[in-house]
Design a protein around this ligand. Structure first.
Ligand SMILES: [Zn+2]
Length: 496
């Protein structure tokens, strides 16, 4: 749907919204019956309600995806978390593996994570650590052959920093909001580099992960409103704690935000419910974010692939980024909710951008550290398509001007968009990956023709759903769709 465009500075504009305030339902009593956490590894029944009908066929696939059973307790002080994790890992490579690598990200996000009582198929194991303790290497008692599985179990504890200065405050307890990002031992990706792990530069995203399934039981003080990736499958109480079980997957991460101040507003369209959580005084912003998310999910579902989940959550947090993407969720900086004109503009473009990551980060994965253009540049282009779909040519032109403005911050230097995050200096990362990178996709569309380009992005999304993208594949698929040669264009924009 196109709407008339009000004048605006660089990014976006105000919109009317229509939604309703939904009171938080009182928790239903826990259903008696088998403990969902003990569901057999291959039983994906609990994940069905979290997926729209057209996405449920994935439950019969992804046989080798890791399955996590995570239980954790948030302490009364709200900055300590203690848990257990049991995970079944399947070797989907064509070589035998002698070890499995886990990331313990809190150790490089200003907090701390320790692991104890580690076992492999019930046998105690002694891990090694690296990358400033953000990497835990678990030796296997015997090589794990292709298609074989192993079950690892461990206890873990997390201390959450009470500050937001490091990595944008993705992991923080600050201003009455607990943001638990990457706060469980996560299996790294094994790819053509072997086990692929590095310390993420401060500028960029932290993770590189395969799609997995997570069953998560959270115990937390009752006064918190908990917002998590995935779909709630049970809720109850144990003494002074609330107990929530969620099923999340397929997904590349599990995220949870919690606050005693959150209030929820919701809108349901088709099979999808979008929830927006913020303190009462930020309700207008929360409402606007909700409206933008609904429209963006609708537009991108049409353009790329159906949004896979039955739920999408937006949480306001004190993050120093504008917004951060997680599977089925986004954290948006609460400072954008203040209702002033500039904040509104950034709120719309940020929510549209973070919603876009549901396709290009979560559904189609990538190495966010080595190939940030595959998620960030493409998602900036997707944001431009949102403005074009909503406001027509004038919306597209205004957003393109903001991309050109970003690139101009490095004097339009032709720095390749296809470098790892660590190769960019100072302002270059934002200017090139978020500015020039999106302009590349406009140049690609120009070269291919709009019809071929649209068909290419649709097929790119479908063929890589729940997989991992690679630059060479993107180019070869584009060339196939336009029946043209794109080496020169990619040389000019992408490759060093
Ligand atoms: Zn992004």
């Amino acid at each position: 749907m196109k709407r008339p465009l009000a004048s605006f500075l660089t990014l976006s504009l105000l919109l009317l919204s229509c939604n309703f305030l939904q009171p938080t339902p009182s928790p239903p009593p826990s259903a008696p019956g088998p403990d969902p956490m003990q569901t057999p590894w291959d039983d994906r029944t609990h994940f069905k309600s979290g997926l729209v009908a057209s996405a449920q066929s994935v439950l019969n696939g992804l046989a080798g995806a890791s399955v996590y059973r995570i239980e954790f307790t948030i302490a009364d002080n709200l900055y300590q978390v203690a848990g257990t994790e049991e995970v079944r890992y399947t070797n989907t490579e064509d070589v035998a593996l002698n070890e499995i690598h886990f990331r313990l990200f809190p150790n490089i996000l200003g907090g701390g994570m320790t692991v104890s009582n580690l076992s492999v198929n019930g046998q105690s194991a002694a891990p090694r650590f690296g990358l400033e303790n953000s990497l835990m290497i678990v030796p296997l008692p015997a090589p794990l052959e292709a298609n074989q599985s192993v079950v690892l179990k461990m206890d873990y504890a997390v201390t959450v920093p009470q500050a937001v200065e490091l990595n944008y405050g993705v992991l923080a307890y600050y201003d009455d909001v607990l943001a638990l990002a990457h706060a469980y031992p996560m299996i790294a990706v094994y790819d053509d580099e072997g086990w692929n792990a590095e310390i993420p530069p401060q500028d960029g995203d932290v993770t590189y992960a395969d799609a997995a399934f997570h069953l998560v039981r959270v115990r937390a003080p009752k006064e918190l409103t908990l917002v998590a990736s995935g779909r709630e499958i049970s809720r109850g109480e144990e003494g002074q704690a609330q107990v929530l079980i969620v099923a999340n997957g397929p997904a590349r991460d599990f995220y949870l935000a919690a606050s005693p101040k959150y209030e929820k507003i919701s809108q349901t369209f088709g099979e999808i419910t979008v929830n927006s959580y913020a303190p009462r005084e930020l309700r207008d912003g929360a409402q606007f974010a909700l409206e933008v998310a609904v429209r963006a999910i609708d537009a991108f579902s049409e353009r790329y692939a159906p949004y896979p989940y039955t739920e999408f959550d937006i949480v306001s947090t004190p993050t120093l980024a504008l917004g951060i993407e997680y599977p089925g969720m986004t954290a948006i900086a609460s400072r954008l909710y203040d209702g002033n004109r500039d904040s509104r503009m950034y709120l719309e473009s940020t929510v549209a951008h973070e919603v876009g990551h549901q396709w290009f980060y979560n559904l189609v994965g990538g190495d966010q550290l080595d190939d940030p253009w595959l998620d960030e540049s493409l998602t900036q282009f997707v944001t431009l398509q949102y403005f074009a779909d909503e406001y027509g040519k004038v919306g597209e032109d205004e957003f393109r001007a903001s991309l050109e403005g970003r690139w101009a911050r490095v004097n339009n230097e032709k720095i390749p968009i296809g470098l790892p995050v660590s190769a960019y200096r100072g302002a270059e990362y934002s200017a090139i990956v978020y500015g020039r990178g999106a302009l590349f996709f406009l140049a690609l569309r120009e070269e291919m023709g709009t019809d071929a380009f649209d068909a290419f992005l649709k097929e790119y999304t479908a063929s890589l759903s729940w997989g991992i993208a690679a630059p060479e594949y993107l180019q070869s698929l584009a060339e196939q769709k336009c029946a043209c040669e794109l080496d020169a264009l990619f040389e000019e924009w992408v490759y060093p």
